[in-house]
Design a protein around this ligand. Structure first.
Ligand code: ADP
Ligand code: MG
Length: 503
C-alpha cells in the first residue's frame, strides 16, 4: 500500500454528540427547580438525591421541548419513547445510575442546514445538510471539584434535563463543525428549546474524529474527545486531533480507539481512557418509568410553535426584499429582531432595505450600547438591551423611513431623529416638528429664495458656466440657498427649481 504524505491526501470525518440543557423550570424527573449561580446543593430534593422510597415522574415540559427540537430539524417523533438505566458508580451520580434513553429515543433522524464561509454581497456561502442520527432525553449529573486533597460534590446540576443530539459522521472539517454548532444553537434558541449559554455549561460536546485516505469509503478508527464546552474548543480539537491521527498513520502506526480530553489552556488533547462499550454499563429498561406514549395531537400542537427556518428566512429576505447578505444575516440571527423587522416592513412595504439599514446599523448599535452601559457600575436606569425593551415600535421606525423617502427630512436628519425616538419612543413627526427639522417643501416660498440667489451677481460666473454646459456648476448655487433656508430646504426641490429658472 502506498503511503499518503500530504495532509490534503486525507479526509477528516467528524461526528458530534451535543448535550444541551433544556429550557425548563423543573428538573427532568423531579419537581425541584434549577438555575445557575445558586449555593451548592440548594437545588436538590429527595428524588434528585435518590433517597429510598422516591420515584421519578417525567417532566412534560422537558419532553415537549425535546419534541419541538425534533420538529425544528424535521425529525421523526416516534409513537413511544422509554428510559434506560446506565449503571456506573461515581459520586457525581447519587443513584449509581443515570436515566437515559438507549433504545427508544424521543427524536429519530432529522437534519440541520449549515452555511460555510465565503458569502458575498448578494450570494450566501455554500450550504450543506448534516444528518442527525437521533436525540435522546436524559438527566445531567452532579459536579465534582477536587481541591486541597479532597473532593467536593454539588448536586444542583444532577437531574437537569439534558437533550443529547447525535449527528451522523457527516462533518468534514473544523469549519463545518463550527458552522454546525452555530446553526444548532440558533435553532435551539429561536425555538425556545434551550438557551445554550456556554459560559454556564448549558451546551457541552463530545467530538468524534477519524481520518481516512481521500477517496476511501470505509471510515477510519475514531477517537472521542469528551466534554468540550465551547465552539472554539470543538474547532481546535478537530484541528489538533486530525493532525495527530494523520501523523500517526504516516508513521505507520494504527489509531487506537480511545476516549480523550482537551486542555484548552495548553491547546492540546490527552488520553483519558480506552473506549468503554455499551455493555460495560449494564443498561436495562428503567422499571420505574412506564413507556411514554406521544400522542399525535401533542405533536401537531407543537408543530405550530416551529419558527421559520433561519436560512429560509434569510433567502426570503434576499430574494423577495432584495436585502444584501450582511443585513439579512444580521436580522435572521435573532428571531425577535427578524419579527420586529417584518412588523416594520408590514407598516411600510415600499423600502425594506431602508428599514433593514436603520435596524442593522443604528438600532443594534444603540441596543449594544445599552447592554454595555447596564453591565457597568453605578447605573441607575436600565437601558434597552433587546428590541422588546426599547420604547421604539416597528411602525414608528417605518414612519421614519417613509418621511425620509418623501424627502421631508434628509438621511442625516433621520439618524438624529432615530436617536431621539430610540430614547423616548416618540413618533418621528413629533420630533421633526419639535426640532424644526422639517425640510422646506413649500415651492412658492422656496422659489422666491431661489430667484433672489440667482439674481445675486456673486453667482453670475457659475450660472454662465452651467449654461455653457458644465452641469456641476449648478452646485455652487445650492449652498447659498440652503444657508438662507437654514438647511431646511428639500435638496431635490432646490435642484428642480434651479433647473427650471436657469432654463
Ligand atoms: P458511541 O455511542 O459508542 O459513542 P456511536 O456509534 O453512537 O458511538 O457514535 C457516536 C458518534 O460518533 C456519532 O456522532 C457518530 O457520527 C460518530 N462516529 C462514529 N464513527 C465515526 C468515525 N469513524 N469517525 C468519526 N465519527 C464517527
Ligand atoms: Mg459517545
Amino acid at each position: 500500500m502506498s503511503q499518503s504524505t500530504a495532509s490534503s491526501d486525507w479526509e477528516i470525518v467528524i461526528g458530534l454528540e451535543v448535550h444541551v440543557q433544556l429550557h425548563t423550570r423543573a428538573k427532568v424527573f423531579a419537581s425541584c427547580g434549577w438555575g445557575f449561580g445558586q449555593e451548592p446543593n440548594e437545588q436538590v430534593d429527595a428524588v434528585v438525591l435518590g433517597l429510598p422510597g422516591t420515584l421519578p415522574v417525567v417532566n412534560r415540559e422537558a419532553v415537549e421541548r425535546s419534541i419541538l427540537f425534533g420538529l425544528v430539524v424535521g425529525a421523526e417523533i416516534p409513537e413511544r419513547c422509554a428510559w434506560d438505566r446506565k449503571n456506573y458508580f461515581y459520586p457525581d451520580n447519587p443513584k449509581n445510575y443515570q436515566l437515559t434513553q438507549k433504545d427508544f429515543p424521543v427524536v429519530v433522524g432529522g437534519k440541520v442546514e449549515i452555511e460555510l464561509p465565503g458569502a458575498s454581497r448578494n450570494v450566501m456561502g455554500e450550504h450543506k445538510w448534516i444528518r442527525l442520527h437521533h436525540a435522546h432525553l436524559e438527566e445531567d449529573v452532579g459536579k465534582l471539584s477536587h481541591a486541597g486533597g479532597g473532593s467536593l460534590v454539588d448536586y444542583n446540576r444532577a437531574g437537569v434535563p439534558l437533550l443529547e443530539i447525535v449527528t451522523e459522521p457527516d462533518l468534514r472539517s473544523a469549519a463545518e463543525a463550527e458552522a454546525f454548532l452555530r446553526s444548532l444553537v440558533a435553532m435551539l434558541t429561536q425555538a425556545g428549546v434551550a438557551d445554550c449559554d456556554m459560559e454556564k455549561g448549558q451546551l457541552r460536546c463530545d467530538c468524534n474524529v477519524s481520518v481516512r485516505p481521500r477517496g476511501a469509503t470505509k471510515l477510519g478508527t475514531r477517537t472521542e474527545t469528551k466534554n468540550l464546552n465551547s465552539i472554539s474548543g470543538v474547532r481546535d480539537t478537530v484541528i489538533y486531533e486530525s493532525a495527530r491521527q494523520i501523523r500517526e498513520l504516516q508513521a505507520g502506526r494504527a489509531i487506537v480507539q480511545e476516549t480523550r480530553g482537551w486542555n484548552a489552556e495548553q491547546g492540546r488533547g490527552y488520553v483519558l481512557r480506552d473506549k468503554e462499550d455499551a455493555h460495560d454499563y449494564r443498561y436495562f429498561p428503567d422499571p420505574d418509568i412506564p413507556t411514554l406514549l406521544i400522542s399525535r395531537d401533542t405533536v401537531q400542537r407543537l408543530q405550530q410553535q416551529v419558527p421559520e427556518n433561519l436560512y429560509d428566512r434569510q433567502r426570503r429576505y434576499m430574494e423577495k426584499l432584495a436585502l444584501p447578505y450582511t443585513a439579512a444575516s444580521v436580522l435572521v440571527a435573532q428571531r425577535r429582531l427578524a419579527e420586529w423587522f417584518e412588523e416594520a416592513v408590514a407598516a411600510y412595504p415600499a423600502n425594506p432595505q431602508g428599514i433593514a439599514n436603520l435596524i442593522a446599523n443604528d438600532l443594534l448599535r444603540d441596543l449594544a450600547a445599552g447592554s454595555a452601559e447596564s453591565s457597568g457600575e453605578g447605573v441607575s436606569t436600565t437601558p434597552a438591551k433587546t428590541v422588546d425593551d426599547c420604547p421604539l415600535k416597528p411602525a414608528q421606525l417605518a414612519a421614519l423611513v417613509k418621511l425620509t423617502d418623501e424627502g421631508l427630512i434628509s438621511k442625516q436628519q433621520a439618524k438624529e431623529v432615530f436617536a431621539e425616538m430610540f430614547k423616548t419612543g416618540q413618533d418621528p413627526m413629533v420630533i421633526v416638528e419639535q426640532k424644526g427639522l422639517k425640510q422646506n417643501s413649500d415651492t412658492g416660498e422656496l422659489e422666491k429664495i431661489v430667484r433672489e440667489v440667482v439674481a445675486d451677481p456673486a453667482v453670475a460666473k457659475s450660472i454662465a458656466e452651467y449654461r455653457a454646459g458644465n452641469e456641476k456648476a449648478i452646485n455652487a448655487l445650492k449652498g447659498p440657498i440652503m444657508k438662507r433656508t437654514q438647511g431646511k430646504a428639500n435638496p431635490s426641490l432646490i435642484d428642480q427649481l434651479l433647473r427650471k429658472i436657469l432654463g
